[in-house]
Design a protein around this ligand. Structure first.
Ligand SMILES: Cc1ncc(COP(=O)(O)O)c(C=O)c1O
Length: 390
């Protein structure tokens, strides 16, 4: 099908909830892909932080297809090996104790909210179910996760939103501590606010809120949907903050391109859900989990050190480019501030064969973790040339 035919079909049959760029992608390898007309692009988006191993990684395809040829789905009424294997690897790498599999980041966050509420209900009874989230956060598109998203732009049309969510100012300790009242069961935060503009939290703030939560038996939840699975140069970003959360949500990179979400339970919460409390038809699907096992086995210390190194390289290169006023983020999750409109830069990059993202007023980069030096140099040259021309 030509681009025009693909677009026409999409226009006719797809509900238009996305502002798509005028490109139809066809195939790719690692961080290089091609549209239906054969034009080449360097990918610095990884499908919004999903394709951790890039497009069509050989070993990942082999793991997925080997499982696909054995058994594609069983329901959660029966055991399968890949599900437990993936959970074991995530727990070993994170220090968490148990895992529940969902299918997306929003679902993972629904899971952490339910777990936090039940933990508190069992220990303290009714009336201690408020969750404190941060202003400018993003936690998903379901009703509860939209309600927990601290951006007014998302709080339209779908009334009534879910009750029992209170917002604190990110990196404002006094404000956050003032929100930890007797009715609060949990606090949720992203260590780097991704959709909010690639804004890392500061260490002192995180430590102080974490300690205050510990004192009051308020559960500390980290949303690692965008920051997790090696993206920031450690397995989870919270590991660079020296904390042990009670609950963690993850998704995106864990599946490498197949849908998955995960709720991780720490020491306090590992017993809090029982049979029937939560579930998902597709959660823990053996094909998706077989792919996750391949990704998880690859994410060793050397791999993570490379992510840090590549992140530094990208940052240092971009800081020398015209119109760039700042580059922030962690590892290979970077936000570029510009003195010109990021939207124009993103469109021009695409025209010239480079895919990048936006986050608020910034250009956001989430390249596949396996992007090669050669691909990086090619992509950064396009970005530099675009910025020079503006
Ligand atoms: C921090 C964070 N949480 C949750 C989500 C929602 O994930 P999903 O789109 O898989 O539901 C996202 C998506 O971008 C995210 O960045």
């Amino acid at each position: 099908m030509s681009f025009v035919e693909i677009k026409q079909q999409d226009q006719e049959y797809i509900m238009h909830t996305y502002g798509r760029y005028p490109v139809a992608l066809d195939h790719g390898k690692n961080a290089t892909c091609y549209d239906v007309e054969g034009k080449e692009y360097i990918d610095m988006t990884s499908g919004i932080g999903v394709n951790a191993l890039g497009f069509c990684d050989k070993a990942w395809i082999e793991a997925v297809t080997a499982q696909l040829q054995k058994l594609q789905h069983t329901s959660n009424l029966y055991y399968t090996a890949p599900c437990g294997e993936a959970a074991k690897l995530v727990c070993e790498k994170s220090g968490m104790k148990k895992m529940f599999f969902a299918n997306s980041g929003a679902e993972a966050n629904e899971g952490v909210f339910k777990a936090a509420k039940k933990y508190s209900f069992l220990k303290y009874g009714k009336g201690r179910s408020t969750i404190v989230a941060l202003e400018n956060s993003f936690h998903g598109r379901t009703l509860a996760t939209l309600s927990a998203t601290g951006q007014d732009a998302y709080h339209n049309y779908f009334f009534p939103f879910v009750d029992g969510l209170v917002f604190a100012k990110a990196n404002d300790l006094e404000d956050t501590l003032s929100k930890l009242t007797d009715d609060v069961c949990a606090v949720i935060m992203e260590m780097v606010q991704g959709e909010g503009g690639v804004l890392p939290l500061n260490q002192q703030y995180v430590t102080a809120v974490y300690n205050a939560c510990k004192e009051k038996d308020i559960l500390f939840i980290v949303d690692e949907v965008q920051t997790g699975i090696g993206r920031t140069g450690s397995f989870f970003s919270y590991q660079q903050f020296g904390i042990h959360p009670d609950l963690v949500s993850c998704a995106k990179g864990l599946g490498g391109g197949l849908p998955i979400g995960g709720v991780l339970f720490g020491e306090k919460t590992e017993e809090c859900l029982s049979a029937g409390d939560h579930g998902s038809t597709f959660g823990g699907n053996p094909v998706v989990c077989a792919g996750s096992v391949e990704i998880l086995n690859r994410l060793n210390d050397d791999f993570l050190a490379e992510v840090q190194k590549k992140g530094e390289f990208i940052k240092n290169q971009i800081l020398t480019m015209p119109h760039v006023t700042d580059v922030v983020g962690m590892g290979m999750m970077l936000g570029v501030s510009l003195d010109i409109d990021a939207k124009d830069v993103i469109q021009k990059c695409l025209d010239n064969g480079l895919m990048v993202l936006s986050a608020k007023t910034k250009v956001r980069l989430l390249p596949p973790l396996t992007i090669t030096r050669k691909e990086l140099e090619k992509g950064l040259t396009i970005l530099a040339d675009v910025l020079k021309s503006m």
